[in-house]
Design a protein around this ligand. Structure first.
Ligand SMILES: N[C@@H](CCC[C@H](N)C(=O)O)C(=O)O
Length: 263
């Protein structure tokens, strides 16, 4: 069956979006890998499947390029808000809210969770920071903003061999659902961030990573809200106060529309 798809990106973190709100679509791991493949498929960091929802304007399912289904994706949420005009979005990581603000899109994720079993960790440990280290990266903050993140603050962003060390941290048995790995510096009140994403590797930007990092920076007194988070692909503005959902504002870009034969 031939299906239409939308190619979009949020600060260079790119998506194939399939709209199955009217015509159901069964997706499995191998189909996601095939479509996400940059040489033989369409190519993307995440595949996004839109479905009907009983509790929100739509349901958004998120698949990493390795085929695994995950709970949240900040950059894709901004793209979906721009594409569909949805204001409430059901995800496996919680109910999200979005709206256009001029050219930008603002999305409210969930209230950040810090309890060890909400990250989740395999056994009880403090998360603020986590008393663990990998090579020259030490004592990260563990935060769940719908999906799980580790945030390392370092003096020099270029010192961290994120591509080399990321896979070992992502799959450490202390993280039973694996984890997204963020390395950040705070300079002149702004955050510079690189993210090694669970199931996708290094990406040009990570919306939930920016939110988790901003929360860790604000909680630890390194930054104040609102804070700008600068990534390879561009900048997000993050707003957060304790006890509230974390909000992000930034661009979403439509690239092209296409169609593909699916089983
Ligand atoms: N790129 C995303 C996050 C996508 C999911 C993540 N890799 C995970 O496995 O949780 C973003 O912009 O937030």
């Amino acid at each position: 069956m031939r299906r239409q798809f939308h190619k979009m990106h949020g600060l260079g973190n790119d998506f194939v979006i399939l709209d199955a709100r009217e015509q159901p679509l069964a997706i499995d791991e191998s189909l996601v890998r095939q479509l996400a493949d940059r040489k033989h498929g369409i190519g993307c960091d995440q595949l996004i499947l839109l479905e009907p929802s009983k509790s929100a304007d739509l349901r958004m399912r998120i698949f990493n390029e390795d085929g695994g289904e995950v709970q949240s994706c900040g950059n894709a949420t901004r793209c979906v808000v721009k594409l569909t005009g949805a204001e409430t979005i059901e995800t496996a990581g919680g109910l999200l809210h979005g709206r256009s603000e001029g050219d930008a899109i603002e999305v409210a994720l969930i209230e950040p969770r810090l309890a060890w079993d909400a990250i989740p960790l395999a056994y009880p440990l403090p998360t603020d920071p986590l008393p663990m280290g990998w090579e020259n990266l030490d004592r990260p903050y563990a935060i769940n903003v719908g999906n799980p993140h580790l945030v390392f603050f370092v003096d020099d962003l270029e010192d961290a061999d994120l591509e080399g060390i990321g896979p070992g941290i992502e799959t450490d048995p202390v993280f039973p659902e694996r984890i997204n790995v963020n390395v950040a510096t705070v300079e002149g009140g702004a955050i510079r961030l690189r993210t090694f994403e669970r199931g996708a590797g290094l990406t040009r930007a990570c919306g939930t990573g920016a939110c988790a990092t901003a929360v860790a920076a604000i909680r630890s007194g390194r930054a104040t809200s609102p804070v700008e988070v600068l990534m390879t692909g561009g900048t997000l503005t993050i707003n957060w106060s304790p006890g509230e959902p974390v909000r992000m504002r930034g661009d979403a870009t439509y690239v092209f529309e296409g169609s593909i034969e699916l089983p």
